[in-house]
Design a protein around this ligand. Structure first.
Ligand code: HAM
Length: 420
């Protein structure tokens, strides 16, 4: 065995990338309908961006970043997510000066040094959107609505939309303290990660997967019930907007996202039956992030969804993406004859120029083997060019659907196919 791909990464072959193209086309169409334009940012950024943006106490920053020093002694990191990068680009390109709101989407690879398992990779792909410049609850609802619309169009069944509010700097400190008071008597029973979260980020304890921590958290005060007036009103308005559009949701008091930048709305879409990695999508509002990165306060909300997880969910539900990849025309040539291949090549190029999907034999195969190949590709027509026919400027056109065959001039064949 030679060199293998790095652990937690994938090679996607044409049969799979064709399906990715279908999904990406759907996402681009939805973004077009919702008014989002594509942004492409670098795959690596200054490490500082993620430390400040995602949060220095998060698992992502503490354990999962691919950080390296380049030849110029700069500390760079392969992006573990793209919200921080998009906010950086929003600030750097002065998008605040453009007509508001600014609505952006992205599709691309992200990198996290996680323990690989079903649905969890070290290089994975996200589609995400970020909406800047609006603090309206309808902006939150639009972002959630876009994600919901996508999975509905895809026909995924049994998805659950979980929402919560994680408050803001005005109401979170008091809640944080009351959560610590609630947990303190059983501090010693918490798992090691949660012990270290207790001071740094106690809200994260609420979504710990350890059964003991889960049990300890039962009956804990809920953030959504301890919000300041503004956050409470905002959360209420988001729910009313979702109700109005018939988007079903569940309030999940333990939903605390693994990134530090969220304020007010946090949400995830979960799929049953795909194992531990059931979150297909996650996002929320992050009104403080731009300021954290040195810009004036900028309200913002967005989400990202895992592209690989789309396929995991579809497979679990016995669904697949239909890809149209049959050949229109195969040009068979009698092997070894002078002039025949050249005529086939000239015709082939002409058909392709007209948008017809066509191929000719490139392996010097027998006529029988060429027909077998044409069959395999699902070619609708086979053109047979032989030396004798060619001498009179003709070829056989075989319709593979009804097996009819006619001897026509190359000109007539061209005309016939172009009219189809
Ligand atoms: P996140 O929850 O870390 O949020 O990731 C979003 C989605 O990416 C997850 O729900 C999951 O489907 C997918 N995902 C995450 N890690 C992996 C992995 N290792 N392998 C496969 N799929 C994965 C964010 O990244 C935020 N930037 C979302 C956001 C945008 N919030 C506001 N705007």
């Amino acid at each position: 065995m030679g060199i293998a791909r790095p652990r937690g990464t994938n090679d996607f072959l044409p049969s799979e990338t064709a399906k990715w193209q279908v999904i990406e086309a759907m996402l681009r169409q939805i973004c077009y309908e919702f008014g989002y334009g594509e942004i492409r940012t670098p795959i690596f950024e200054e490490t500082e961006l993620f430390a400040r943006g995602v949060g220095s106490t998060t698992d992502i920053v503490q354990k999962e970043m691919y950080t390296f020093t380049d030849q110029g002694e700069r500390s760079l990191t392969l992006r573990p997510e793209n919200t921080a990068g998009v906010v950086r680009a929003y600030i750097e390109n002065k998008l605040a000066a453009q007509t508001q709101p600014v609505k952006l989407f992205y599709i691309g690879p992200m990198f996290r040094y996680e323990r690989p398992q079903a649905g969890r990779f070290r290089q994975f792909h996200q589609f995400g959107i970020e909406l800047f410049g609006s603090s309206s609850p309808f902006a939150d609802a639009e972002v959630i609505g876009l994600a919901w619309e996508f999975y509905n169009r895809l026909g995924v069944r049994g998805l659950e939309l979980h929402i919560n509010s994680v408050g803001c700097p005005a109401c979170r400190p008091a809640y944080r303290a009351s959560l610590q008071d609630f947990l303190r008597p059983r501090f010693n029973e918490l798992c090691d990660s949660c012990k270290s979260r207790f001071e740094k980020n106690p809200l994260r304890i609420l979504d710990c997967k350890s059964p003991v921590c889960k049990e300890i958290c039962q009956g804990a005060p809920a953030m959504a019930e301890n919000l300041c007036e503004e956050c409470a009103g905002h959360f209420e308005a988001v729910k009313i907007a979702l109700d109005a559009a018939g988007i079903p949701y569940q309030i999940d008091h333990n939903l605390v996202r693994g990134l530090d930048y969220y304020t007010k709305t946090a949400f995830e879409i979960l799929a049953a039956g795909i194992g531990a990695q059931s979150a297909v999508c996650g996002g929320g509002r992050y009104d403080g992030l731009a300021e954290e990165l040195g810009a004036p306060p900028t309200p913002a909300v967005g989400f990202a969804l895992g592209m690989e997880r789309i396929f995991t969910v579809l497979a679990a539900q016995g669904e697949d993406i239909e890809v149209e990849d049959t050949l229109d025309v195969f040009i068979a040539t009698t092997p070894g004859n002078s002039g025949v291949n050249e005529a086939a090549f000239a015709l082939n190029m002409e058909l392709r120029r007209a948008g017809i999907r066509s191929e000719q034999d490139l392996l010097g195969r027998s006529m029988k083997a060429q027909f077998k190949y044409a069959d395999k590709t699902g070619a609708r027509y086979v053109i047979v060019i032989g030396e004798e026919e060619l001498a009179s400027g003709q070829a056989q056109l075989r319709d593979m659907q009804d097996s009819s065959q006619s001897l026509l001039s190359l000109k007539e064949i061209r005309k016939y196919l172009l009219e189809r």
